[in-house]
Design a protein around this ligand. Structure first.
Ligand SMILES: Nc1ncnc2c1ncn2[C@@H]1O[C@H](COP(=O)(O)OP(=O)(O)OP(=O)(O)O)[C@@H](O)[C@H]1O
Ligand SMILES: [Mg+2]
Length: 317
C-alpha cells in the first residue's frame, strides 16, 4: 500500500479515478517484437513495438526525463499520456514541467493550489532553484486525477538558464533522489533546448525517453544532438543514465516512418521503440484541458501509451 502523501500542497483535490481501457480482442493493440522489421515488403509490413531482448524494465521509484531538443517532437504529449497510463495502473506519478514556454504542460494539465494558500506562497519550479527554503514537496500540487501530482512552471523559469543559481546541475537530483519517497515515478517534461534545465533533468534521471515525430527527419537530428549531451552528462555527473525508450509520436504507417523507426531502433539497440499512433483530437483535448485518455479514452494512442507503461516498468513479462 502506498503511504499517504504528507504534503501540504497535495491535499487531496483528486476526484477522478483514471481507468485502464477494458481488455478485449477488438482493441487494436500493436504487436510486440524483438527487432524493427526492415526486411518484409512494405505492403506486408506491420507496425509493432520493439522490445529488444537486452531491455531491462525499470524498478520503482524511477525518475525519467522526456527529452528531445527539437521543438514539437511530442515530449509534452508523451509525458502526460505516459503519466496517465501509469496512474491508471495504480502508480503514484509526479510530472515536473521543466519547460519555460508559455504553452507548456502547465497550460494543458489542470492542477490546483491548496485551498487558502496565499498567492505569495504558490511556489513553482523556478522557486526550487532560487529559494533555499523551498522543497520539491512545497511545489507539488494535486490534479483532478487520483495519483497524479504536478510541479508547474512559468515563463520566468528561463531565469534559471540565464542566472544559473548555485547548484543548478544537481539540485533537482538532490531533491528527487534524497527527498523523494512519495511517488513511484517522476516524469520530467523538458523544453526544446539543451541548456542547464535539461541538463539538470538528465543529471536527476535514471532513464531518458526520446519522443520523435515519426515522419520528421529534423526530430531525428534533434535526437542526435541529445546523444552528445547525454554522453557528456554520463561522463561527468550521472554514469548510470540510460536511454530506455524512443516514442514515435504522431505515427502513421508510411515508408518514411518505417525508415525513421528502423534507424532509431538501430541507433538505440537496448531501448524500447513504441509507435504512438496519430490522433487528430489531441489539439481538442488540449483546448479542453484534458489528457487524451480522458478526452477520448478509446483512442489507439492511449493504447500505445498503455503498452509503453507496461513494458517500461513490468518485470517478468
Ligand atoms: N499521437 C499524436 N497524434 C497526433 N498528433 C500528435 C501526437 N503526438 C504529438 N502530436 C502533435 O504534436 C504536437 C507537438 O507535441 P508536443 O507539444 O508534445 O511536443 P513537444 O516536444 O513537447 O514540443 P515543445 O518542444 O514545443 O515542448 C502536438 O500538439 C500534437 O499536435
Ligand atoms: Mg513540450
Amino acid at each position: 500500500m502506498p503511504h499517504p502523501l504528507p504534503l501540504r500542497a497535495m491535499r487531496e483535490t483528486q476526484t477522478e479515478t483514471v481507468q485502464v481501457p477494458r481488455l478485449s480482442d477488438d482493441l487494436a493493440f500493436l504487436d510486440i517484437v524483438t527487432e524493427w522489421d526492415m526486411s518484409t515488403a512494405y505492403q506486408d509490413w506491420k507496425t509493432a513495438i520493439v522490445v529488444p531482448p537486452t531491455f531491462l524494465p525499470a524498478s520503482l521509484p524511477r525518475i525519467i526525463a522526456i527529452c528531445n531538443q527539437k521543438g514539437g517532437a511530442g515530449k509534452t504529449v508523451t509525458t502526460l499520456e505516459l503519466a496517465m497510463a501509469l496512474v491508471a495502473r495504480g502508480r503514484r506519478v509526479r510530472i515536473i514541467d521543466a519547460d519555460p514556454q508559455h504553452a507548456s504542460m502547465s497550460a494543458w494539465l489542470q492542477f490546483s493550489y491548496p485551498e487558502g494558500l496565499p498567492a505569495e506562497d504558490r511556489k513553482n519550479l523556478k522557486d526550487l532553484y532560487f529559494d533555499d527554503d523551498v522543497t520539491l514537496r512545497d511545489i507539488t500540487y494535486g490534479t483532478p486525477y487520483e495519483g497524479l501530482y504536478f510541479v508547474p512552471s512559468f515563463p520566468d523559469l528561463t531565469d534559471v538558464e540565464s542566472k544559473q543559481p548555485t547548484g543548478t546541475d544537481t539540485l533537482l537530483r538532490f531533491q528527487l533522489r534524497e527527498k523523494n519517497d512519495d511517488v513511484d515515478v517522476t516524469l520530467i517534461d523538458c523544453g526544446p533546448r539543451l541548456g542547464p534545465l535539461t541538463a539538470s533533468a538528465l543529471v536527476a534521471a535514471h532513464d531518458v525517453i526520446i519522443p520523435v515525430q515519426a515522419a520528421s527527419g529534423l526530430d531525428v537530428m534533434g535526437a542526435a544532438a541529445l546523444d552528445r549531451t547525454i554522453a557528456t552528462v554520463k561522463k561527468r555527473l550521472n554514469p548510470e543514465l540510460r536511454i530506455a525508450g524512443v516514442v514515435l509520436t504522431d505515427f502513421t504507417r508510411s515508408t518514411l516512418a518505417r525508415k525513421i523507426g528502423g534507424g532509431l531502433a538501430k541507433r538505440y539497440p537496448d531501448a524500447v521503440v513504441v509507435p504512438a499512433r496519430q490522433n487528430v483530437r489531441i489539439g481538442d483535448a488540449q483546448l479542453a484541458r484534458q489528457p487524451l485518455r480522458i478526452f477520448e479514452s478509446a483512442a489507439t494512442t492511449v493504447l500505445d501509451y498503455d503498452r509503453a507503461a507496461d513494458i517500461l516498468f513490468t518485470r517478468g513479462r
